[in-house]
Ligand binder design. Structure first.
Ligand code: CP3
Length: 343
């Protein structure tokens, strides 16, 4: 096992840690914008394997990163389950909703998604055959709570109000939806691993709004079920969990879910996380994406202080959230050179 990312995820401390970036394929790259225009719209890009593979590989060519992440979106799962999903330019995603038993009953079964998602698996096969040997291939899905929040509200919502309301008002329906998404995610990620993903990441972008027992029931428990099922089918695959804005509840998340690595958002103090999260195993993170807009000494200083905080244990260098469209590629080079001690 020579790929650095896989070594770090297996628990090895590496002097110069592996690095990749959330949303590394995206609008900050002119070559992405060009391919996206060629595809027509965002979903067409996700469902055209040659083009999706091309944008997956673009950041690898430009930056020599240690991992490629599949180009797709967490909302392909609701699309495959039968909801209407659209991406409105400048306004984010719009979906038809699940708020009644009848809506839920109309969803496809967890194992009936694969025809629809076949282009995603084809993308992974193409990338897998064209990746430099040092780079690992990461697949992903949204975690059940985060995906459910979009399916219930029909769009992104501050605080996930509609999803919290459904959880209170129709707990049976809400639990059924989470269970359905958990099974679907197991089926989807298994198929991604079979198509060539060596690592899978679960994005629970809205885990932070779950309070008390809800965090246990809807962030920890679905992740635990997904990790357990994936490990029993694919013992060699690694799982990165990203319960974003979990705060103090990052502590113990790896132990309680079985995830191989915990991705930290940029609200977490690395010194705290080294003591309370990295003690249980590998961590990933957590540079603030805005530093890739600003660049300069602040970027170098913060990159070094993250490296220093995590240097005693296994660490994957990454951002605390996705790179933004206004990030400057020169600053990405500066970050990587700082990590690889070329500055
Ligand atoms: O990281 C990568 O490079 C892989 C591809 C990837 C995308 N989305 C591509 C994308 C991944 C891993 C995601 C995850 C995703 N998608 C999340 C979880 C991570 C997070 O950011 O918290 C969420 C919540 C979504 C849902 C989503 N997709 C939203 C809210 C939006 C619109 C906002 C925006 O940034 O435009 C998207 C669109 C999207 N997904 C884009 C990309 C590159 C931009 C689309 C474009 O080209 O216009």
């Amino acid at each position: 096992m020579t790929k650095k990312l896989l070594r770090a995820l297996a628990g090895e401390r590496i002097e110069v840690p592996p690095v990749w970036m959330m949303r590394q394929a995206g609008r900050h790259l002119p070559e992405y914008r060009e391919t996206r225009t060629r595809a027509g719209d965002f979903l067409a890009l996700c469902y055209t394997p040659e083009l999706a593979a091309e944008v997956t590989l673009q950041p690898i060519r430009r930056y020599d990163l240690d991992a490629a992440i599949l180009f797709a979106d967490i909302l392909l799962v609701p699309d495959a389950l039968g909801l209407e999903v659209r991406f409105v330019e400048g306004d984010g995603p719009r979906l038809s909703t699940v708020t009644t038993r009848a809506d839920f009953d109309a969803l496809r079964a967890p194992d009936a998604i694969h025809d629809h998602l076949a282009p995603v698996y084809d993308t992974l096969r193409i990338v897998s055959g064209n990746l430099p040997s040092k780079a690992a291939l990461i697949g992903f899905a949204g975690a059940p709570w985060t995906v459910a929040s979009y399916m219930i509200a029909g769009k992104g919502t501050p605080g996930q109000g509609p999803a919290h309301a459904l959880k209170m008002e129709q707990p049976g329906l809400f639990d059924a939806l989470i269970a359905h998404l958990t099974d679907t995610t197991i089926s989807y990620l298994s198929a991604q691993i079979e198509a060539g993903a060596e690592v899978v990441k679960l994005f629970d972008s809205w885990a932070g709004s779950l309070r008390g027992e809800d965090f246990e029931n809807y962030a920890v428990e679905p992740t635990r079920r997904i990790v357990r099922a994936l490990k029993s089918r694919h013992p060699d695959a690694s799982v990165i969990a990203f319960p974003r804005e979990a705060g103090k509840r990052y502590e113990g998340f790896a132990r309680r879910t079985g995830a191989d690595c915990i991705a930290l958002d940029n609200s977490v103090d690395p010194v705290w996380a080294a003591r309370h999260v990295q003690k249980d195993g590998p961590v990933q993170g957590n540079l603030a994406p805005r530093l890739l807009v600003a660049g300069g000494d602040a970027l170098i200083r913060e990159t070094r202080s993250i490296l220093k905080a995590f240097k005693a244990g296994p660490h994957v260098f990454n951002l605390g959230h996705g790179i933004t469209p206004d990030a400057n590629p020169d600053n990405v080079h500066l970050m990587i050179d700082t990590i690889r001690k070329r500055t």
